[in-house]
Design a protein around this ligand. Structure first.
Ligand code: AMP
Length: 259
């Protein structure tokens, strides 16, 4: 039986001319979700779990930048090189660069049978651009999940976070340690600490979040799309909470993006 090709994100990570080889499935109601929340609330982990459960594409802008950072220097455009510098410092990449990159991949948003946007939009400008793009195809978001967690807990989580360099699985040095130290349980890849998870970048990222991303909460609240979820507890508990809320949405009236 043909199903979607799991974890094939070449079209998103590489951009054109990579093709999307996932086979769209016939579904009555594809989920189109945005995940909000400060860095470290566990959006990436929830995005992976939700992608699996909802049969959607995981579209993370941070992953696109990280994938570009691994390419040879000469294969990076000047805009991408500049973007990677912002990223290394923990600052937000300028809206115009982010939007150029997302627009190149707009088919991932418009044509796929559902998506989980993780790390985008991050500013009001990006949110407006997304709304226009989707509106041009008469599409609307299903919901915007906002993961909430106190700041001291966020700092603790970020500083212990370890990511697999091969499959991107996320562990925590003390709370969710791998079976073998520094080795991924799933693919035996090496676990590393992201450059922007180091303490000096964490503070900058939290500031950037407060300044630029927190206003999105009000923006989506006003559109009737916001779904607040407490991000405390284990990933499985947070996931169960999220699914409960989405189930309630699915059985309720169809939510529109306020257009
Ligand atoms: P993330 O993995 O989502 O935390 O993203 C890592 C870094 O990539 C951020 O700290 C930013 O420097 C950059 N980045 C990712 N997505 C965006 C975005 N939508 N707008 C601006 N910068 C972004």
């Amino acid at each position: 039986m043909n199903g979607p090709v799991k974890n094939d994100r070449a079209a998103w990570l590489q951009g054109p001319p990579a093709d999307c080889s996932a086979v769209p499935t016939e579904r009555k109601r594809p989920w189109r979700l945005v995940l909000l929340g400060a860095p470290g609330v566990g959006k990436g982990t929830q995005a992976e779990l939700l992608t699996e459960r909802l049969d959607a594409c995981h579209l993370s802008t941070g992953d696109v930048f990280r994938a570009a950072g691994k390419r040879k220097d000469c294969d990076q455009s000047p805009a991408m090189k500049a973007a990677l510098e912002y990223m290394r410092r923990g600052e937000l990449v300028p809206d115009s660069t982010v939007w150029d990159m997302v627009r190149e991949r707009s088919h991932c948003i418009l044509n796929c049978g559902g998506f989980i946007l993780d790390g985008f939009p991050r500013t009001l400008g990006q949110a407006e651009s997304l709304r226009e793009l989707m509106g041009s195809e008469k599409l609307s978001l299903s919901a915007v999940v906002n993961y909430e967690l106190p700041v001291d807990e966020i700092v603790r989580r970020l500083s212990g976070r370890r990511t697999c360099e091969k499959c991107k699985s996320v562990f925590h040095a003390t709370e969710r340690p791998p079976k073998v130290e520094a080795v991924c349980d799933h693919c035996a890849g090496r676990l590393f600490q992201r450059e922007d998870d180091r303490p000096e970048s964490v503070t900058v990222r939290l500031d950037a979040y407060e300044r630029s991303t927190a206003p999105l909460i009000q923006f989506y609240k006003d559109l009737g799309l916001l779904l607040p979820i407490a991000a405390k507890g284990s990933p499985e508990e947070i996931f169960a909470r999220t699914i409960d809320e989405l189930d309630q949405l699915a059985t309720g009236p169809v939510v529109s993006a306020g257009d």
